[in-house]
Design a protein around this ligand. Structure first.
Ligand SMILES: N[C@@H](CCC(=O)N[C@@H](CS(=O)(=O)O)C(=O)NCC(=O)O)C(=O)O
Length: 215
């Protein structure tokens, strides 16, 4: 399997953490796509992912899977014993809901702030920016942090009593928030305590050191 990504990216972190949790790192070859130079928007890469985003998983039969949730779902199902996306219909439903909510209310909101209300990837890549929209999404992301703080006041993990894909998506959101200097409100103690625990997981600590042959 080949993964096209950028080693420090928040969305790529989601798949790298999933690979670490599943012990699949050795089965993956990473190829760097330099999004700071707009290499994710070239015709060659758009042919791999219409959306022009990272990461993309390419299987040995040339199948291409984009979208972090889809890639995680595929990897988690490989050995028939899912540990990240749920083993019962109820778990699968709740994990998918909380992961999607983490995308909408936190991770994607921080991403829009980055691309629209900061220099983002630079003027050659950010061809359209709307600062007001970016600032609104920043405020939405902080509300999302408060929401997940409330969730984690009552449960050990984002979707229940075990670690799941939903935790990985919130981790991605907080990685992106750190990158853009968007601090978690100090009063969000449950979220901050949970994040400190998450950063102790080897899959989170070691995500960037995975072998990284540049393209
Ligand atoms: N919905 C996609 C979003 C992926 C995404 O936005 N990836 C970022 C990579 S990173 O910023 O996290 O490194 C990207 O390609 N951004 C480039 C761009 O949006 O132009 C997913 O979940 O995979």
């Amino acid at each position: 399997m080949t993964i096209y990504d950028w080693h420090t990216g928040p969305y790529p972190a989601r798949v790298r953490i999933a690979l670490g949790e599943l012990g699949l790192q050795a089965q993956v070859r990473f190829v760097s796509i330099d999004l700071w130079k707009g290499k994710h928007k070239t015709p060659a890469f758009l042919a791999k992912n219409y959306s022009g985003t990272l990461p993309v998983l390419e299987l040995d039969d040339d199948t291409l899977i984009a979208e972090c949730t889809a890639i995680t779902q595929y990897l988690d199902a490989l050995n028939g014993k899912p540990v990240l996306t749920g083993t019962t219909p109820l778990q699968q439903g709740v994990i998918h809901m909380m992961s999607k909510r983490a995308e909408i209310e936190l991770l994607d909101a921080v991403s829009v702030y980055f691309h629209h209300a900061t220099p983002g990837l630079g003027p050659d890549v950010e061809l359209y920016q709307n600062e007001e929209w970016g600032l609104r999404q920043r405020d939405k992301a902080v509300r999302g942090m408060r929401y997940f703080d409330g969730v984690l006041q009552h449960r050990a993990f984002v979707a229940g009593d075990t670690f799941s894909m939903a935790d990985i998506t919130v981790i991605g959101g907080l990685i992106f928030a750190e990158l853009v200097g968007l601090a978690v409100p100090a009063e969000c103690k449950a979220l901050l305590d949970w994040y400190a625990r998450m950063q102790e997981r080897p899959s989170v600590r070691n995500r960037i050191t995975m072998s990284e042959p540049a393209e």
